[in-house]
Design a protein around this ligand. Structure first.
Ligand SMILES: [Mn+2]
Length: 317
């Protein structure tokens, strides 16, 4: 497990770099303190553990820039979060190139949100950021289940232990994740098969892209719900779950994926009623995003998550 000392002087320096104003997610109020909100958006502009094309440090900016013009109403769900109060904390400070220090800062900030009983919605950044988040969830709730939408397993075992290809192996080793209630969906492409064998070994379910295309959304949603059950869970959505035709703006795109609609529908069918403790959406890269297609897809995927949180809240009350 990581545990890093960061000097007060350096923390001050990081804080002084925060912009004075911010285009917020869907125009939410920009706040640093909590007042009974249901969810809190945080950006993590960190991308120096990527093994593919760099640039996802601009992902939070791309998503906010694009969707600050969006309204919160959805014609499908009447109003995607009429019963939810949200806020946008802005970007958390990161230390580019200093991976474990950044994991520490991610952990501390997500922990703050969780301790206020608010649901974090984190915008990445490369996928290693989820590892930093998971320490906070595990401290608050014990080992959590994970629903992981991605074209890659991200359980690689390189000599470099901390890259965006390794977060979930590290999180399982550190006891942050409960693999026996976790599931990876959309996996495809060319990579050594040991990652699938690793999932089998630790009891984590995998639904490959090919399998999903074959069995369809309804059956996949059913299998997700069966695997997670009543466990407290987090959702992590790598935008490269979507096909490059729907989300070209990402570092390691893989063909043979899904339309944005399929992603949204899978969220709608699989997640309502689950004990969702937090969400992140990672790997959006604006440099390869003509027409903001990827930022648009990210917006609609997150709006769908908000709809689920809204439905869950209605059903609890
Ligand atoms: Mn990933």
């Amino acid at each position: 497990m990581f545990q890093v000392e960061i000097s007060e002087e350096f923390r001050k320096k990081l804080d002084s770099r925060q912009p004075a104003d911010l285009k917020t997610f869907m125009g939410l109020p920009h706040k640093k303190t909590f007042d009974g909100e249901d969810f809190c958006v945080l950006g993590v502009p960190y991308d120096t553990t990527t093994t593919g094309r760099p640039g996802t440090r601009f992902g939070p900016r791309a998503i906010r820039e694009f969707n600050s013009r969006f309204a919160k109403y959805s014609q499908d769900a009447k109003c995607c979060y009429d019963n939810l109060n949200g806020m946008d904390m802005g970007d958390i400070p990161v230390m580019l190139g200093y991976t474990l220090e950044t994991m520490q800062l991610i952990y501390e900030n997500v922990k703050k949100v969780l301790d206020a009983d608010v649901t974090p919605i984190v915008l990445g950044g490369d996928h290693l950021i989820t590892y930093g988040e998971l320490r906070a969830y595990a401290e608050k709730y014990g080992k959590v289940a994970m629903i992981h939408f991605d074209s890659h397993n991200d359980t690689s075992d390189y000599e470099n232990k901390y890259t965006h290809g390794t977060p979930f192996r590290r999180a399982i080793e550190d006891g942050f994740l409960d693999p026996t209630h976790s599931i990876q969906v959309g996996i495809r492409g060319y990579a050594e098969t040991y990652r699938i064998e690793y999932a089998d070994e630790v009891g984590m379910k995998v639904i490959t892209a090919r399998e999903l295309h074959k069995i369809g959304i309804e059956e996949t949603a059913k299998r997700i719900r069966e695997q997670v059950g009543n466990a407290p869970c987090i959702i992590t959505f790598d935008i490269d779950f979507l096909d490059p035709s729907a989300a070209p703006g990402t570092g390691t795109p893989v063909s043979g994926g899904f339309t944005t609609y399929e992603g949204m529908e899978l969220i709608r069918q699989s997640l309502p009623g689950l004990d969702i403790k937090g969400i992140d959406l990672v790997e959006v890269m604006e440099d390869y995003d003509p027409g903001h297609i990827t930022a648009l897809a990210a917006t609609h995927i997150i709006a769908q998550f908000l709809t689920v949180l809204s439905v869950n809240k209605k059903n609890r009350n």
